[in-house]
Every structure is written in C-alpha cells, then in structure tokens.
Design a protein around this ligand. Structure first.
Ligand code: ACM
Ligand code: ZN
Length: 483
C-alpha cells in the first residue's frame, strides 16, 4: 500500500480497515531502547499512539502524521521508522548570491518537512564574506562587497551584504525548533579572495586584489607561513563558536592551488621548519592547526575531500566527498574515518536537470564501491549543496532544488532496499501545494528526466558557462605562479 509520506517510512504493517484521523486523540509513550530519531506511529480505530525516546522522535512522527492527514481516510497500521543515516544535510551557498533571512527560513522549512537534520551554511568565498565580524569589521566594509553583480550579469551595480549576528542567531533558533543543526563553513586556505581583498597582508604576495566577480578557482590563497593568518582564523572561529553551538564546523579545504605557496619564502620556510615534504603536506599542516584549535573548543571539523591529499590530516576530521579524483575517501572510511557523500554528479543541485536528472539523483547509492562493512558504518550520511554562482534569486533556487533535494532527503532516511523511484514520483507530486505555501515552485514533472538530446545540450551549455580563464589556469597549472 502506498502511503503519502516522504521520506518513505522504513516499515509499515497494516491491520486491515481504515479510519479518519483528523479528530483522533494522540497518546505518547516513551521507549528508551531506540535511538533519538526512531519513532513508532500506530493508527488505531480510536486513538493514535506515538512512541519515541524523546522529543526528536515525536517530532518526526508528527511530520509523518501531518502528511497522512492529507490522505483523508488512513489505513489502520503501525509505522516503525528510523533513518538510514544520522546526517541528512542541505547546503546553501550564500557567498556568491545571498538569500534573505525569510527565503532561507522557507528553504529550511521545506527541508525539515522531509526530515533533513543538517543545514551547512557556506558563508564565505572569493566573491563575498557574509558573516558579521565584531573582531574584524573591515571584512564587512570591504570583503562583503564586490564591484558588480558579476558571473556574467549585465547588472554593474555594486553587490553585497552580510548576515548580522542577530540574523544568524535567528536562523539558528529557527533550525533548532526543527531539530536541525547548523554547520557554518569557513573555507580555508583557498576560496579566500574576499578575506585577501580586505587584508592583503594575509596572502603570500600581499597584493591588493578586488573581491572576485567571476566564478572559478583562484590562486591567491592565505599564506601558510604567516602566523598572523592563524591569529585571524582563530578570531573568526571564536566568533563562529559563539553563533553556532553545535559539535561540527566546516573548514573547507577545497580547490586550493599551491602556486603562491611554491614561490613564497615564508611558506617554504614553514615547510622546512615543520619537516614537511611539500605544499600538499603544508595544506595538511595548515588544516591540522585549525582542527586542533577547534578540538580544544569541543568541535569536530568537516572538510572537503581535497583535504585528504596531504595524507596527514587529523583522522577525526569528517570528510565531505564531493569529487574524489584521487580516490582517497573509500580507504579513509575503511580505515575508520567518517565521510559524508555529496557527489558532484548526483547531488549538486545548481546543475540543470539535463545534467543531473531527478532519477539520477534518486538512484545514487551513497555506499561507494569498495567500502567494507566497517567502511559503510563510517558513511555518516548525505548532503546536497546548492552553489549560487548562477542562482540569483529564490525562484530559480527553488526550481533547481525541488524535487531533487527531496530525493536526497528520502535517500538519507529510507534504507536503500526500501527506496522506490516510481512511488517517489507520485508522492512528490502531492507536495506541490505544501511547497507553494512556502513560495517554492516545484519543477514540473516534464522536466525531471529529460531526453538524451536535451541532456547533451543542457550539459554542454552549463559547463561552458562555468569555464573561465582563471579557473582553467588554476585547474591545469595549479602550481604555476604567473608573474
Ligand atoms: C566544491 O564544490 N568546491 C566543494
Ligand atoms: Zn606564503
């Protein structure tokens, strides 16, 4: 029997018969033996019984119940349910284009409905710094602003802004009510042009550069040989810890070309002093310094998969696998390291449906080939990012993310053997009104799984859009420093 619930519950037993549930009383029972996110929802003739360990399970039971209410008469039954993965995340890039607080809340509200439990907030990048800083207010005066809208837009007006501490606290509180933890990302040592535009002395060359107005990978990164860089990073981390009272913090680590470090006297001295082999190890050393500082404050670091390339990253770091070209994530997990799956080809929602059809997203198996039974236990879960270089407004963002975000939410909760794409498509169509009530447009079914011709056309179009001279140079010659 098809229940109108997303994510699909992992177990439902039917007793025979149906009942109108709207006016049935709800009784709660506590059961200590199950994990926090477990719930049992029993629909009886004369009452509804919800069993859980505590408030979190109760919340998830009510989310399922609220979706059943839309069904009219409901079968008498018992749902016993808990998630496949403890980490079910969504990431919003607010650096390239910002969203209003209200828009972010509406997005969170939708993700919460599908039992997602982590909001990873990408708050700084080459094109803008979005966190109010009391210790370094110049970041907000300079680094939060770029010369024009950028990314190929004809709008030549200045673009920028940042979230005040009050706004950030408001969003964190909103998430807490929905049992969502918020993980801020402080991307280091690359993707830091907005910082370097504010404080050129934190880069290797010290050149004054503008906040970037195009997408890509940039060679100006923080200088690993300068102790002032760490003072700055620790100041920011102190401010972040006050705002985000959770056990995790993301420290980036992606796409950091080593050209500047190769030619920097201070970076080369650091390599010598610390007995490191090369610039890749220097990135590992850099990350470990930040990780140690976070550990002292009770935080575990998350980092993008490039952080494994050094071979020396602290093994407690949770690795976010977005594009593991050097194939280090599987051995990391098999060796006891925790990983999160956010595969570029399946879970990056800023890529058009022609490139990443809904079925491709839904059908992806987060258990990577080569994982041992032990390694599988180290897959904490899944996350789906929306990067916003080319996502300027909330309408476009919601069209790109819904229903693909819901597909990731379902695969994060529903065990692989219970996943069912045909049933998912039917259930997701029923979400249209709920999403519309949040101002979110559900992409039309006709666009979910495009034909081969449309797929080729859209894929080529999208890739051409994001290829820039700077990113070609940084990708093909990451260690070559132009004079
Ligand atoms: C990434 O997409 N650079 C994590
Ligand atoms: Zn340097």
């Amino acid at each position: 029997m098809q229940l109108n619930i997303i994510p699909k519950p992992n177990k439902a037993e039917f007793y025979g018969g149906e009942v109108w549930i709207k006016d049935l009383p709800v009784r709660y029972e506590t059961n200590d033996i199950h994990p926090e996110e477990y719930y049992c929802l029993e629909i009886k003739k004369d009452e509804i019984v919800i069993t859980s360990k505590g408030e979190k399970g109760k919340y998830y039971a009510h989310l399922s119940l609220s979706q059943l209410e839309g069904m009219g008469k409901v079968p008498l039954m018992k749902i016993t349910d808990m998630p496949a993965f403890p980490y079910r995340g969504f990431m919003i890039d607010s650096a390239r284009h910002m969203q209003t607080v209200d828009e972010i809340k509406r997005y969170i509200e939708a993700a919460a409905k599908y039992k997602m439990n982590i909001f990873h907030w990408h708050l700084c990048d080459d094109q803008g710094w979005r966190i109010e800083s009391e210790k370094h207010p110049l970041l907000n005066q300079k680094g939060s602003w770029r010369e024009c809208h950028g990314f190929g837009s004809n709008n030549m007006q200045k673009y920028g802004g940042y979230y005040t501490k009050e706004e950030i606290r408001d969003i964190v509180a909103f998430c807490k009510e929905r049992f969502i933890d918020v993980i801020p990302e402080f991307d280091l040592p690359g993707h830091t042009t907005a910082i370097i535009a504010t404080y050129p002395e934190l880069s290797c060359r010290g050149d004054q550069v503008p906040v970037e107005t195009v997408g890509g990978i940039f060679k100006n990164i923080l200088c690993a040989g300068n102790d002032k860089v760490f003072d700055f990073c620790f100041d920011i981390i102190d401010e972040l810890c006050e705002l985000f009272p959770y056990p995790f913090m993301h420290i980036g680590g992606d796409e950091a070309p080593k050209a500047r470090w190769c030619n920097c006297v201070r970076c080369q001295q650091r390599i010598k002093d610390e007995g490191l082999k090369n610039e890749e190890e220097l990135q590992g050393w850099f990350a470990n310094k930040i990780i140690a500082y976070l550990k002292d404050k009770g935080y575990t670091a998350l980092a993008w998969n490039e952080s494994l390339n050094s071979g020396i990253i602290d093994g407690d770091t949770v690795i976010c696998d977005w594009m593991d070209r050097t194939k280090r994530c599987v051995p990391y997990a098999n060796g006891g390291g925790k990983i999160i799956i956010e595969d570029f080809y399946h879970y990056y929602l800023d890529y058009v449906y022609g490139m990443t059809p809904l079925k491709k997203t839904y059908s992806y198996n987060p258990y990577l080939d080569g994982l041992t039974e032990e390694g599988k236990k180290n897959v904490l879960g899944v996350e789906t990012p929306i990067w916003t270089e080319y996502i300027e407004d909330f309408d476009r963002m919601s069209y790109m993310c819904f229903p693909r975000l819901i597909a990731v939410a379902e695969r994060g909760w529903t065990e692989g053997e219970n996943a069912d794409y045909a049933s998912f498509k039917v259930r997701v169509k029923n979400q249209k009104d709920f999403l519309a009530s949040l101002g979110i447009t559900l992409c039309d079914e006709s666009e979910w799984d495009p034909s081969a011709v449309i797929r080729i056309k859209e894929t080529v179009g999208r890739l051409l859009k994001s290829i820039t001279p700077a990113s070609i140079m940084a990708t093909v010659f990451p260690n070559v420093d132009e004079k």
